[in-house]
Design a protein around this ligand. Structure first.
Ligand SMILES: C[S@@+](CC[C@H](N)C(=O)[O-])C[C@H]1O[C@@H](n2cnc3c(N)ncnc32)[C@H](O)[C@@H]1O
Ligand code: SF4
Length: 453
């Protein structure tokens, strides 16, 4: 196994989209194409399945040094109201494209820290969204709460507006790790917010934990999971720490590379973590995700209907997913677009009635075929290509990569498809990479992705 880890621990995408963001073809993308593709997608699907909305709420009061998310650190809560006004204005710009009211199937508040905002302001945001939209049948609304600042009022306000899922950032319960990542967060805080959510009636509580953090060892991971077991979250994200200091400005610099576990130590942490999670009653859903058997993600996995997008794994697929707020990414199924990252520019653009995107990509026929296989691998751990003429020309290249993975026992390969073996599961990113024709054609010449292990 050690050799495999050495061999496959390479920079690689997490495939929340294909093509991955660095491979978007910016030259053939235009704002007009984007608006057309959103309109088309809306017409095709709003009545049938509804749309998904992701709202990025970027503020945090203090910087966790491991964090890879797009955020702005501030203690000035005066920023809340103008930001909400801008998000609602952006929503108006999209709604103006549609002939009738959007039906929202999935709504997710992510960050940054949504609970940085007061309950009252979050209420204003959601009510503002529904002035121009309605709830789709079977809707699922969720938000990310920080255990140190989520209040009962936050939970109650959002519950009253239809939210039934909350996820809390836990990361690790050991003091030395918490100190290193500048996030002191006692177990009691997580316990309190988890219990409140249940008392209020949330049907799904999820915790995020991470392995591979600075100074973390396998005993710390085990300790964190055993503490987690006491609170029995319905879902668990068990993330591999993504070390991308070249992307993250002032973050990820509070410790040295030498303070991080090696790739081999990380793999052992993952294996031990997974073993314990299974022992205490969780099932692996897809890359990084675990759930109890009653949970909708688990049921979707069983039914083979699991989907993956910029929000991660979801139980129900909508073709159109709009991302509002700074840095948010939208997906119309035939194209992607990303919003500007600077708060100032974002505000300026929406004030001038401009949908605040700055880059995007329209998918080619080949992209769509590759996306299908990568989604299959990420969501079901297998895929079949049958007699697809479109990629046959490139199939030898993909097959050559898969053959090597097969010789290492990570996949089992037939003439018409491939499935990931038990041994191959920790390497699922590497297996998806075998299909990534854009990556094969042009290896990046700078560091773009975190390491796969
Ligand atoms: C926006 S935060 C969650 C909400 C809130 N801000 C908090 O920290 O509790 C989203 C999650 O992304 C994960 N995350 C952030 N940076 C990461 C990194 N570098 N590697 C792996 N996971 C990361 C963490 O587990 C974190 O809980
Ligand atoms: S982990 Fe959460 S609270 Fe910490 S900096 Fe990142 S987004 Fe903010």
């Amino acid at each position: 196994m050690r050799n495999l880890v050495q061999k496959y621990n390479v920079p690689g995408p997490r495939y929340t989209s294909y093509p991955t963001v660095p491979y978007w073809d910016l030259d053939t993308f235009s704002g007009q194409d984007w608006k057309n593709s959103v309109r088309e997608s809306f017409k095709e699907t709003n009545e049938k399945e509804g749309i998904s909305l992701y709202i990025h709420l970027p503020f945090c009061e203090s910087l966790c040094t491991f964090c890879g998310c797009h955020k702005r650190i501030t203690k000035r809560h005066e920023v809340e109201n103008p930001y909400i006004s801008h998000v609602l204005k952006e929503w108006d710009l999209y709604c103006n494209l549609f002939p009738n009211k959007p039906k929202i199937k999935e709504l997710h508040l992510g960050g940054g820290t949504p609970t940085f905002f007061s309950p009252e302001n979050l209420g204003r945001l959601i009510k503002g969204i529904f002035k121009r939209a309605e709830r789709a049948e079977g809707y699922e609304f969720s938000f990310e709460g920080h255990p140190n600042n989520t209040t009962k009022e936050h939970l109650q306000t959002l519950f009253d507006l239809g939210f039934r899922r909350v996820s809390y950032g836990v990361q690790d319960y050991n003091e030395k790790v918490q100190k290193a990542i500048h996030r002191i967060q006692p177990f009691e805080n997580v316990q309190k917010v988890t219990q409140w959510a249940r008392e209020i009636g949330y049907t799904s509580v999820s915790h995020d934990i991470i392995f591979g953090l600075p100074f973390q060892n396998v005993a710390d991971v085990a300790h964190t999971i055993l503490k987690t077991k006491e609170l029995k979250p319905d879902r668990l994200a068990f993330y591999s720490y993504a070390h991308v200091p070249w992307l993250k400005g002032n973050g990820q610099r509070g410790y040295q590379d030498a303070d991080l576990p090696t790739a081999e130590e990380k793999r052992i942490q993952y294996e031990k973590g997974k073993e314990l999670l299974v022992e205490v009653g969780y099932s692996e859903i897809g890359m990084d995700h675990f759930a109890v058997t009653g949970d909708s993600l688990y049921k979707a996995m069983e039914k083979g209907s699991l989907h993956r997008n910029f929000m991660g794994y979801t139980a129900s697929k909508t073709q159109l997913m709009l991302g509002l707020g700074v840095s948010a990414i939208s997906d119309s199924w035939s194209g992607f677009a990303q919003n500007v990252k600077s708060l100032e520019e974002y505000g300026h653009l929406v004030d001038n009635n401009i949908i605040p995107i700055y880059r995007g990509h329209m998918l080619s026929e080949e992209d769509k075929i590759i996306r299908k296989h990568i989604l299959n691998i990420m969501c079901t751990f297998k895929t079949n290509w049958g007699k697809e003429p479109e990629i046959l020309g490139e199939l030898p290249l993909i097959k050559e990569k898969l053959k090597e993975l097969s010789l290492d026992g990570l996949v089992s390969l037939s003439d018409t498809g491939v499935s990931v073996t038990e041994k191959g599961r920790p390497f699922v990113r590497n297996i998806a990479m075998a299909f990534d024709l854009l990556l094969h054609r042009k290896e990046p010449n700078t560091r773009l992705f975190s390491m796969t292990i």
